[in-house]
Design a protein around this ligand. Structure first.
Ligand SMILES: [Zn+2]
Length: 190
């Protein structure tokens, strides 16, 4: 008659005295069965579950700049690296780099502090706009696969290959970086 934790499939019959069911990422269920109700269930939120990356909306300018120090990868790839920043997907990276006036191929560790400050502001602006357009919380910028959600940012460069830049009318270029299409204006971005 002691309480038990059972790992089950959702279609398994739910035994009597099941007091809690947790759905696991694997699709299975963790069920707490406690006929005599002596058990106690507590939930501990471990912040490390969020992974090692930093939250782009709350990071300070110094910490933001520090993320990219010494990195030899293109800045576009560094922005997409979820171990550095959470939730910056392909669209938001392209749009942020355009607003900051930085070419996606630039080596992250070689950007000046002024450029990194502009990029920091741009990333925050882009994400805040995206959230305002329909994401209910910061976790909505991308889904688990890293794809952007249902809300449509006003794209200035993303998927506008060959179309005139909204600022200078130069046709938008597309290159592939780390397997991802990257869109930029070669005049506005240096
Ligand atoms: Zn331009």
């Amino acid at each position: 008659m002691t309480g038990r934790l059972l790992l089950c499939s959702p279609q398994d019959q739910t035994p009597k005295h099941t007091h809690a069911i947790a759905s696991l990422a694997s699709g299975r269920e963790l069920r707490f069965v406690d006929p005599r109700r002596f058990g106690r269930l507590s939930v501990a939120i471990d912040e490390s579950f969020a992974g090692p990356g930093t939250e782009p909306l709350t990071i300070g300018a110094d910490d933001f700049a520090e993320l990219f120090r010494g990195r030899k990868t293109p800045i576009k790839a560094a922005l997409l690296n979820q171990k550095l920043l959470h939730g910056v997907g392909n669209i938001y990276a392209d749009e942020s780099l355009f607003r900051a006036g930085i070419r996606p191929r630039r080596q992250a560790g070689r950007l000046t502090r002024a450029e990194l400050d502009r990029l920091h502001v741009a990333v925050k602006q882009v994400l805040e706009e995206a959230i305002k357009l329909g994401g209910s919380s910061v976790s909505d910028y991308v889904d688990a696969e890293g794809r952007e959600g249902f809300f449509q940012l006003q794209h200035r460069v993303y998927l506008r290959t060959g179309q005139p830049c909204l600022v200078c009318k130069t046709p938008i270029k597309r290159i592939v970086l780390g397997g991802r299409g990257s869109h930029y204006c070669e005049r506005c971005q240096r």
